[in-house]
Design a protein around this ligand. Structure first.
Ligand code: EPU
Length: 419
Protein backbone atom coordinates (compact mmCIF):
# COMPACT_ATOMS: atom_id res chain seq x y z
CA UNK A 1 0.00 0.00 0.00
CA UNK A 2 1.33 3.46 -0.88
CA UNK A 3 2.15 6.15 1.64
CA UNK A 4 3.00 9.81 1.30
CA UNK A 5 6.17 11.07 2.92
CA UNK A 6 6.12 14.80 3.56
CA UNK A 7 8.74 17.06 5.12
CA UNK A 8 7.16 20.34 6.12
CA UNK A 9 8.39 23.89 6.04
CA UNK A 10 8.70 24.81 2.37
CA UNK A 11 6.71 27.79 1.05
CA UNK A 12 4.96 26.96 -2.23
CA UNK A 13 5.65 28.79 -5.47
CA UNK A 14 4.91 28.33 -9.17
CA UNK A 15 2.06 27.34 -11.46
CA UNK A 16 -0.16 24.25 -11.51
CA UNK A 17 -3.03 23.06 -13.63
CA UNK A 18 -6.37 22.17 -12.04
CA UNK A 19 -8.06 18.97 -13.20
CA UNK A 20 -11.67 18.38 -14.21
CA UNK A 21 -14.21 18.02 -11.40
CA UNK A 22 -14.61 14.52 -10.00
CA UNK A 23 -18.14 15.23 -8.79
CA UNK A 24 -19.21 16.39 -12.25
CA UNK A 25 -17.39 13.64 -14.14
CA UNK A 26 -19.06 10.80 -12.21
CA UNK A 27 -22.74 11.72 -12.88
CA UNK A 28 -21.94 12.81 -16.44
CA UNK A 29 -20.35 9.43 -17.14
CA UNK A 30 -23.44 7.75 -15.64
CA UNK A 31 -25.71 9.93 -17.81
CA UNK A 32 -24.26 8.33 -20.95
CA UNK A 33 -26.35 5.27 -20.01
CA UNK A 34 -29.46 7.26 -20.96
CA UNK A 35 -28.77 7.03 -24.70
CA UNK A 36 -27.62 4.64 -27.33
CA UNK A 37 -24.79 6.26 -29.26
CA UNK A 38 -21.35 7.51 -28.38
CA UNK A 39 -20.51 10.36 -26.03
CA UNK A 40 -17.07 11.93 -25.82
CA UNK A 41 -16.13 13.50 -22.51
CA UNK A 42 -13.09 15.71 -22.09
CA UNK A 43 -11.20 17.01 -19.04
CA UNK A 44 -12.03 13.84 -17.10
CA UNK A 45 -9.66 13.65 -14.12
CA UNK A 46 -7.44 10.61 -13.79
CA UNK A 47 -8.74 9.35 -10.43
CA UNK A 48 -9.59 6.12 -8.72
CA UNK A 49 -13.30 7.05 -8.53
CA UNK A 50 -13.36 7.64 -12.28
CA UNK A 51 -11.81 4.20 -12.82
CA UNK A 52 -14.50 2.70 -10.58
CA UNK A 53 -17.22 4.41 -12.63
CA UNK A 54 -15.58 3.11 -15.84
CA UNK A 55 -15.63 -0.40 -14.36
CA UNK A 56 -19.28 -0.02 -13.43
CA UNK A 57 -20.26 1.20 -16.91
CA UNK A 58 -18.21 -1.62 -18.44
CA UNK A 59 -19.92 -4.09 -16.13
CA UNK A 60 -23.38 -3.23 -17.51
CA UNK A 61 -22.10 -3.49 -21.08
CA UNK A 62 -21.01 -0.01 -22.16
CA UNK A 63 -18.00 0.29 -24.49
CA UNK A 64 -15.33 2.62 -23.16
CA UNK A 65 -12.31 3.97 -24.98
CA UNK A 66 -9.70 6.45 -23.83
CA UNK A 67 -8.85 8.42 -27.00
CA UNK A 68 -5.53 10.06 -27.94
CA UNK A 69 -6.61 13.40 -26.38
CA UNK A 70 -7.32 11.59 -23.09
CA UNK A 71 -11.06 12.01 -23.56
CA UNK A 72 -13.28 9.13 -22.56
CA UNK A 73 -15.58 7.84 -25.25
CA UNK A 74 -18.54 5.94 -23.87
CA UNK A 75 -21.00 4.08 -26.04
CA UNK A 76 -23.98 2.67 -24.15
CA UNK A 77 -25.73 1.28 -27.27
CA UNK A 78 -25.17 -2.33 -26.27
CA UNK A 79 -25.84 -2.09 -22.57
CA UNK A 80 -27.65 -5.21 -21.39
CA UNK A 81 -26.96 -5.22 -17.65
CA UNK A 82 -29.01 -3.37 -15.08
CA UNK A 83 -27.13 -4.41 -11.96
CA UNK A 84 -24.67 -2.23 -10.02
CA UNK A 85 -22.96 -4.82 -7.79
CA UNK A 86 -22.00 -4.39 -4.14
CA UNK A 87 -18.29 -4.84 -4.86
CA UNK A 88 -18.19 -1.65 -6.93
CA UNK A 89 -20.76 0.40 -4.99
CA UNK A 90 -19.02 -0.25 -1.66
CA UNK A 91 -15.82 1.33 -2.96
CA UNK A 92 -17.67 4.39 -4.27
CA UNK A 93 -21.01 5.63 -2.95
CA UNK A 94 -21.45 7.87 -5.99
CA UNK A 95 -22.21 4.68 -7.96
CA UNK A 96 -25.81 5.35 -6.88
CA UNK A 97 -26.04 7.83 -9.79
CA UNK A 98 -26.50 4.96 -12.26
CA UNK A 99 -29.88 4.19 -10.67
CA UNK A 100 -31.84 6.99 -12.37
CA UNK A 101 -30.37 6.48 -15.86
CA UNK A 102 -30.72 2.66 -15.85
CA UNK A 103 -34.31 2.81 -14.62
CA UNK A 104 -35.31 5.54 -17.07
CA UNK A 105 -33.83 3.83 -20.13
CA UNK A 106 -34.42 0.14 -19.38
CA UNK A 107 -37.41 0.21 -17.02
CA UNK A 108 -35.46 -1.72 -14.39
CA UNK A 109 -32.43 -1.30 -12.20
CA UNK A 110 -30.85 -3.25 -9.39
CA UNK A 111 -28.31 -1.20 -7.48
CA UNK A 112 -26.56 -2.13 -4.27
CA UNK A 113 -27.47 0.13 -1.34
CA UNK A 114 -24.35 2.17 -0.63
CA UNK A 115 -24.57 2.04 3.17
CA UNK A 116 -22.83 4.46 5.50
CA UNK A 117 -19.29 5.72 5.29
CA UNK A 118 -16.65 7.52 7.29
CA UNK A 119 -18.51 10.84 7.18
CA UNK A 120 -21.99 9.72 8.21
CA UNK A 121 -24.88 7.36 7.55
CA UNK A 122 -25.64 8.95 4.16
CA UNK A 123 -29.04 7.47 3.31
CA UNK A 124 -30.50 7.58 -0.23
CA UNK A 125 -34.16 7.76 0.86
CA UNK A 126 -34.75 10.99 -1.09
CA UNK A 127 -33.50 9.42 -4.33
CA UNK A 128 -35.91 6.54 -3.81
CA UNK A 129 -38.88 8.69 -2.73
CA UNK A 130 -38.47 10.85 -5.82
CA UNK A 131 -38.33 7.86 -8.18
CA UNK A 132 -41.36 6.35 -6.43
CA UNK A 133 -43.28 9.61 -6.96
CA UNK A 134 -42.43 9.25 -10.66
CA UNK A 135 -44.15 5.87 -10.69
CA UNK A 136 -41.31 3.47 -9.90
CA UNK A 137 -41.91 0.43 -7.75
CA UNK A 138 -39.08 0.10 -5.34
CA UNK A 139 -38.11 -2.49 -2.80
CA UNK A 140 -34.92 -3.37 -1.01
CA UNK A 141 -33.86 -7.00 -0.87
CA UNK A 142 -30.57 -8.56 0.23
CA UNK A 143 -28.93 -5.15 0.35
CA UNK A 144 -30.00 -4.21 -3.18
CA UNK A 145 -32.45 -1.57 -4.39
CA UNK A 146 -34.80 -3.12 -6.96
CA UNK A 147 -36.56 -0.44 -9.02
CA UNK A 148 -39.06 -1.09 -11.80
CA UNK A 149 -41.05 1.32 -13.99
CA UNK A 150 -41.98 0.51 -17.60
CA UNK A 151 -42.04 4.28 -18.19
CA UNK A 152 -41.47 6.89 -15.52
CA UNK A 153 -43.93 9.78 -15.47
CA UNK A 154 -43.25 13.42 -14.70
CA UNK A 155 -43.97 14.55 -11.13
CA UNK A 156 -43.73 17.54 -8.85
CA UNK A 157 -40.97 16.66 -6.38
CA UNK A 158 -40.20 18.58 -3.22
CA UNK A 159 -36.93 17.39 -1.65
CA UNK A 160 -36.89 17.49 2.17
CA UNK A 161 -33.15 18.18 2.19
CA UNK A 162 -30.78 19.56 -0.39
CA UNK A 163 -29.07 16.53 -1.90
CA UNK A 164 -26.54 16.74 -4.71
CA UNK A 165 -26.58 13.20 -6.10
CA UNK A 166 -30.30 12.94 -5.25
CA UNK A 167 -31.02 15.96 -7.46
CA UNK A 168 -28.78 14.47 -10.16
CA UNK A 169 -30.40 11.03 -10.09
CA UNK A 170 -33.91 12.49 -10.33
CA UNK A 171 -32.94 14.98 -13.02
CA UNK A 172 -31.44 12.19 -15.15
CA UNK A 173 -34.45 9.92 -14.62
CA UNK A 174 -36.84 12.73 -15.57
CA UNK A 175 -35.19 13.34 -18.96
CA UNK A 176 -36.86 10.22 -20.38
CA UNK A 177 -40.08 10.36 -18.31
CA UNK A 178 -43.51 10.95 -19.73
CA UNK A 179 -44.35 14.61 -19.05
CA UNK A 180 -42.80 17.37 -16.99
CA UNK A 181 -40.92 16.92 -13.71
CA UNK A 182 -40.25 19.76 -11.30
CA UNK A 183 -37.57 19.30 -8.63
CA UNK A 184 -37.98 21.80 -5.79
CA UNK A 185 -35.36 22.50 -3.13
CA UNK A 186 -32.90 21.17 -5.71
CA UNK A 187 -29.13 21.30 -5.14
CA UNK A 188 -27.58 24.32 -6.87
CA UNK A 189 -24.01 23.00 -7.01
CA UNK A 190 -22.03 23.83 -10.18
CA UNK A 191 -21.71 20.07 -10.80
CA UNK A 192 -25.51 19.82 -11.06
CA UNK A 193 -25.42 22.59 -13.67
CA UNK A 194 -22.63 20.80 -15.56
CA UNK A 195 -24.71 17.63 -15.64
CA UNK A 196 -27.78 19.56 -16.84
CA UNK A 197 -25.70 21.12 -19.63
CA UNK A 198 -24.49 17.68 -20.69
CA UNK A 199 -28.04 16.29 -20.62
CA UNK A 200 -29.21 19.19 -22.79
CA UNK A 201 -26.34 18.48 -25.20
CA UNK A 202 -27.77 14.92 -25.37
CA UNK A 203 -31.14 16.33 -26.42
CA UNK A 204 -32.79 16.65 -22.99
CA UNK A 205 -34.94 19.60 -21.96
CA UNK A 206 -33.70 20.72 -18.55
CA UNK A 207 -34.23 24.26 -17.31
CA UNK A 208 -33.40 26.01 -14.06
CA UNK A 209 -30.30 24.03 -13.01
CA UNK A 210 -28.29 26.28 -10.69
CA UNK A 211 -31.48 27.51 -9.02
CA UNK A 212 -33.52 25.64 -6.41
CA UNK A 213 -36.23 24.72 -8.92
CA UNK A 214 -35.41 22.55 -11.92
CA UNK A 215 -37.95 21.74 -14.66
CA UNK A 216 -37.38 18.76 -16.92
CA UNK A 217 -39.60 18.01 -19.89
CA UNK A 218 -39.27 14.34 -20.75
CA UNK A 219 -38.32 13.36 -24.31
CA UNK A 220 -38.68 9.92 -25.97
CA UNK A 221 -34.94 9.44 -26.42
CA UNK A 222 -31.54 11.06 -26.07
CA UNK A 223 -28.39 10.81 -28.17
CA UNK A 224 -24.65 10.82 -27.49
CA UNK A 225 -22.89 14.17 -27.09
CA UNK A 226 -19.49 15.74 -26.81
CA UNK A 227 -18.71 17.56 -23.58
CA UNK A 228 -15.90 19.01 -21.45
CA UNK A 229 -16.07 18.69 -17.67
CA UNK A 230 -15.82 21.89 -15.61
CA UNK A 231 -12.78 22.50 -13.35
CA UNK A 232 -12.63 20.97 -9.88
CA UNK A 233 -13.47 23.71 -7.37
CA UNK A 234 -12.53 21.54 -4.39
CA UNK A 235 -9.12 20.63 -5.80
CA UNK A 236 -8.65 24.35 -6.51
CA UNK A 237 -9.67 25.29 -2.97
CA UNK A 238 -7.37 22.67 -1.46
CA UNK A 239 -4.27 24.09 -3.21
CA UNK A 240 -5.30 27.63 -2.28
CA UNK A 241 -5.46 26.65 1.39
CA UNK A 242 -2.08 24.93 1.05
CA UNK A 243 -0.51 28.25 0.03
CA UNK A 244 -2.38 30.18 2.73
CA UNK A 245 -0.80 27.79 5.24
CA UNK A 246 2.76 27.48 3.88
CA UNK A 247 3.15 30.99 2.52
CA UNK A 248 4.38 31.70 -1.01
CA UNK A 249 2.77 32.55 -4.31
CA UNK A 250 1.03 30.17 -6.69
CA UNK A 251 -1.02 30.52 -9.85
CA UNK A 252 -3.71 27.91 -10.49
CA UNK A 253 -4.56 27.51 -14.16
CA UNK A 254 -7.60 26.02 -15.93
CA UNK A 255 -9.90 26.72 -13.03
CA UNK A 256 -12.91 28.99 -12.52
CA UNK A 257 -12.90 31.55 -9.69
CA UNK A 258 -16.65 32.08 -10.09
CA UNK A 259 -17.22 28.62 -8.57
CA UNK A 260 -15.36 29.49 -5.37
CA UNK A 261 -17.04 32.62 -3.98
CA UNK A 262 -17.41 31.46 -0.35
CA UNK A 263 -13.93 29.86 -0.30
CA UNK A 264 -12.12 32.89 -1.75
CA UNK A 265 -13.88 35.16 0.77
CA UNK A 266 -12.61 33.02 3.67
CA UNK A 267 -9.08 32.89 2.26
CA UNK A 268 -9.04 36.67 2.03
CA UNK A 269 -10.27 36.86 5.61
CA UNK A 270 -7.40 34.52 6.55
CA UNK A 271 -4.95 37.05 5.10
CA UNK A 272 -4.24 35.62 1.65
CA UNK A 273 -4.12 37.95 -1.33
CA UNK A 274 -6.21 36.64 -4.19
CA UNK A 275 -6.15 37.79 -7.78
CA UNK A 276 -8.37 36.22 -10.43
CA UNK A 277 -8.79 36.05 -14.19
CA UNK A 278 -11.42 34.24 -16.20
CA UNK A 279 -9.69 30.85 -15.82
CA UNK A 280 -6.98 31.38 -13.23
CA UNK A 281 -6.45 32.32 -9.60
CA UNK A 282 -3.26 33.68 -8.06
CA UNK A 283 -2.83 33.33 -4.33
CA UNK A 284 -0.11 35.06 -2.38
CA UNK A 285 0.49 34.71 1.34
CA UNK A 286 3.15 36.97 2.81
CA UNK A 287 1.99 37.42 6.39
CA UNK A 288 3.26 34.79 8.84
CA UNK A 289 0.42 32.80 10.34
CA UNK A 290 -3.10 33.04 8.90
CA UNK A 291 -5.95 34.82 10.69
CA UNK A 292 -8.45 32.31 12.10
CA UNK A 293 -11.72 32.04 10.15
CA UNK A 294 -15.11 30.86 11.38
CA UNK A 295 -16.75 28.37 9.04
CA UNK A 296 -20.32 27.14 8.72
CA UNK A 297 -20.84 24.58 5.96
CA UNK A 298 -23.99 24.56 3.85
CA UNK A 299 -25.12 23.61 0.35
CA UNK A 300 -23.91 25.76 -2.57
CA UNK A 301 -23.50 28.73 -2.77
CA UNK A 302 -22.66 28.42 0.94
CA UNK A 303 -19.31 27.24 2.22
CA UNK A 304 -18.72 23.66 0.91
CA UNK A 305 -18.48 20.78 3.35
CA UNK A 306 -15.80 19.37 1.03
CA UNK A 307 -13.52 22.28 2.10
CA UNK A 308 -14.22 22.04 5.84
CA UNK A 309 -11.34 19.71 6.74
CA UNK A 310 -8.80 21.83 4.84
CA UNK A 311 -9.90 24.99 6.67
CA UNK A 312 -9.81 23.12 9.97
CA UNK A 313 -6.13 22.44 9.26
CA UNK A 314 -5.59 26.13 8.44
CA UNK A 315 -7.26 27.21 11.68
CA UNK A 316 -4.99 24.85 13.61
CA UNK A 317 -2.00 27.09 12.80
CA UNK A 318 -3.88 30.41 12.80
CA UNK A 319 -3.21 33.24 15.25
CA UNK A 320 -6.23 32.79 17.52
CA UNK A 321 -9.39 30.71 17.88
CA UNK A 322 -12.09 29.79 15.38
CA UNK A 323 -15.34 27.87 15.30
CA UNK A 324 -16.15 25.42 12.54
CA UNK A 325 -19.66 24.07 12.24
CA UNK A 326 -20.31 21.09 9.99
CA UNK A 327 -23.97 21.29 9.04
CA UNK A 328 -24.13 18.98 6.01
CA UNK A 329 -22.75 15.68 7.32
CA UNK A 330 -23.13 14.28 10.81
CA UNK A 331 -19.66 12.89 11.36
CA UNK A 332 -17.11 14.76 9.33
CA UNK A 333 -14.39 15.47 11.88
CA UNK A 334 -12.31 12.31 11.55
CA UNK A 335 -9.28 14.46 10.70
CA UNK A 336 -9.37 16.19 14.10
CA UNK A 337 -7.83 13.37 16.12
CA UNK A 338 -5.02 13.02 13.57
CA UNK A 339 -4.37 16.78 13.61
CA UNK A 340 -4.22 16.60 17.41
CA UNK A 341 -1.45 14.02 17.07
CA UNK A 342 0.52 16.74 15.28
CA UNK A 343 0.05 19.14 18.19
CA UNK A 344 -3.17 20.88 17.09
CA UNK A 345 -5.56 22.09 19.77
CA UNK A 346 -9.15 21.34 18.86
CA UNK A 347 -12.23 20.92 21.02
CA UNK A 348 -15.10 18.98 19.48
CA UNK A 349 -18.64 19.76 20.63
CA UNK A 350 -21.22 17.89 18.59
CA UNK A 351 -20.96 19.16 15.04
CA UNK A 352 -18.71 22.07 16.01
CA UNK A 353 -14.93 22.17 16.27
CA UNK A 354 -13.25 24.98 18.16
CA UNK A 355 -9.61 25.44 17.25
CA UNK A 356 -6.96 27.36 19.18
CA UNK A 357 -4.18 27.96 16.70
CA UNK A 358 -0.64 26.92 17.60
CA UNK A 359 2.61 28.36 16.24
CA UNK A 360 3.90 25.01 15.09
CA UNK A 361 2.69 21.54 14.30
CA UNK A 362 5.05 18.58 14.40
CA UNK A 363 5.33 15.82 11.82
CA UNK A 364 3.83 12.45 12.76
CA UNK A 365 2.75 9.12 11.27
CA UNK A 366 -0.83 9.76 10.12
CA UNK A 367 -3.75 7.75 8.83
CA UNK A 368 -6.09 8.95 6.07
CA UNK A 369 -9.76 8.20 6.81
CA UNK A 370 -11.69 9.76 3.95
CA UNK A 371 -10.94 11.88 0.94
CA UNK A 372 -11.13 15.43 2.28
CA UNK A 373 -9.85 14.48 5.75
CA UNK A 374 -6.76 13.08 4.02
CA UNK A 375 -6.28 16.33 2.13
CA UNK A 376 -6.27 18.24 5.42
CA UNK A 377 -3.51 15.94 6.74
CA UNK A 378 -1.40 16.64 3.66
CA UNK A 379 -1.83 20.37 4.25
CA UNK A 380 -0.91 20.11 7.92
CA UNK A 381 2.14 17.99 7.05
CA UNK A 382 3.30 20.66 4.57
CA UNK A 383 3.73 23.18 7.41
CA UNK A 384 4.70 20.82 10.24
CA UNK A 385 8.23 20.61 11.61
CA UNK A 386 9.90 17.42 10.45
CA UNK A 387 8.57 14.46 8.57
CA UNK A 388 5.06 13.00 8.37
CA UNK A 389 3.96 9.79 6.73
CA UNK A 390 0.37 9.46 5.59
CA UNK A 391 -0.97 5.94 5.30
CA UNK A 392 -4.07 4.69 3.40
CA UNK A 393 -3.65 7.30 0.72
CA UNK A 394 -5.99 5.43 -1.60
CA UNK A 395 -8.50 7.85 -0.11
CA UNK A 396 -6.53 10.77 -1.60
CA UNK A 397 -6.20 9.01 -4.95
CA UNK A 398 -10.00 8.90 -5.17
CA UNK A 399 -10.19 12.65 -5.59
CA UNK A 400 -6.81 14.33 -6.18
CA UNK A 401 -5.00 13.74 -9.45
CA UNK A 402 -1.24 13.19 -8.86
CA UNK A 403 -1.25 15.30 -5.71
CA UNK A 404 2.43 14.59 -4.98
CA UNK A 405 3.49 15.67 -8.47
CA UNK A 406 1.51 18.89 -8.32
CA UNK A 407 2.83 19.78 -4.87
CA UNK A 408 6.43 18.84 -5.78
CA UNK A 409 6.13 21.11 -8.80
CA UNK A 410 5.42 23.92 -6.32
CA UNK A 411 8.50 23.11 -4.22
CA UNK A 412 6.96 20.90 -1.53
CA UNK A 413 9.04 18.03 -0.20
CA UNK A 414 6.62 15.19 -0.78
CA UNK A 415 7.00 11.75 -2.26
CA UNK A 416 5.04 8.56 -2.63
CA UNK A 417 6.53 5.37 -1.31
CA UNK A 418 5.27 1.81 -1.72
CA UNK A 419 5.82 -0.78 0.94
N1 EPU B 1 -29.30 12.89 2.59
C1 EPU B 1 -30.39 12.22 3.10
N2 EPU B 1 -31.13 11.45 2.25
C2 EPU B 1 -30.83 11.33 0.92
C3 EPU B 1 -29.72 12.02 0.41
C4 EPU B 1 -28.97 12.81 1.27
O1 EPU B 1 -30.69 12.30 4.29
O2 EPU B 1 -31.54 10.61 0.21
C5 EPU B 1 -28.48 13.74 3.48
C6 EPU B 1 -27.04 13.23 3.62
O3 EPU B 1 -26.93 12.22 4.60
C7 EPU B 1 -26.30 14.49 4.00
C8 EPU B 1 -27.05 15.58 3.21
O4 EPU B 1 -28.32 15.01 2.89
O5 EPU B 1 -26.41 14.75 5.36
C9 EPU B 1 -26.39 16.03 1.91
O6 EPU B 1 -25.93 14.91 1.19
P1 EPU B 1 -25.88 14.87 -0.40
O7 EPU B 1 -26.86 13.89 -0.89
O8 EPU B 1 -25.92 16.26 -0.96
O9 EPU B 1 -24.42 14.29 -0.64
P2 EPU B 1 -24.00 13.33 -1.83
O10 EPU B 1 -24.80 13.67 -3.02
O11 EPU B 1 -23.96 11.94 -1.37
C10 EPU B 1 -22.19 14.92 -2.87
C11 EPU B 1 -20.73 14.85 -3.16
C12 EPU B 1 -19.97 14.88 -1.85
C13 EPU B 1 -20.30 16.19 -1.14
C14 EPU B 1 -21.81 16.30 -0.93
C15 EPU B 1 -22.25 17.61 -0.33
C16 EPU B 1 -20.68 13.61 -5.22
C17 EPU B 1 -20.32 12.38 -5.93
N3 EPU B 1 -20.46 13.64 -3.91
O12 EPU B 1 -22.49 13.79 -2.06
O13 EPU B 1 -18.58 14.87 -2.17
O14 EPU B 1 -19.67 16.23 0.12
O15 EPU B 1 -22.48 16.15 -2.20
O16 EPU B 1 -21.82 18.67 -1.11
O17 EPU B 1 -21.13 14.58 -5.83
C18 EPU B 1 -16.30 14.43 -1.82
O18 EPU B 1 -16.08 14.75 -2.99
O19 EPU B 1 -15.37 14.27 -0.97
C19 EPU B 1 -17.67 14.25 -1.35
C20 EPU B 1 -17.97 13.57 -0.25
Amino acid sequence: MDKLLITGGQPLAGDIRISGAKNAALPIMAATLLASGRSTIGNVPHLRDVTTMMELLGHVGADLVLDESLRIQIDASNVVGIVAPYDLVKTMRASIVVLGPLLARFGRAIVSLPGGCAIGSRPVNLHLQGLAAMGAEIHVENGYIHATAPRLRGADLMLDLVTVTGTENLMMAATLADGVTTIRNAAREPEVVDLADFLNAMGARVEGAGTDTIHIEGVPELHGAEYRILPDRIETGTYLVAVAMTGGEVRLKDTDPDLLGAVLAKLTEAGAQIETGSDWIRVCMTRGRPHPVDIHTSPYPGFPTDMQAQFTALNCIAEGSATITEAVFENRFMHVSELERMGARVKLEGNTAITSGVARLTGAPLMATDLRASASLVLAALVADGESTIDRIYHIDRGYETIEEKLSQLGARIRRVSH
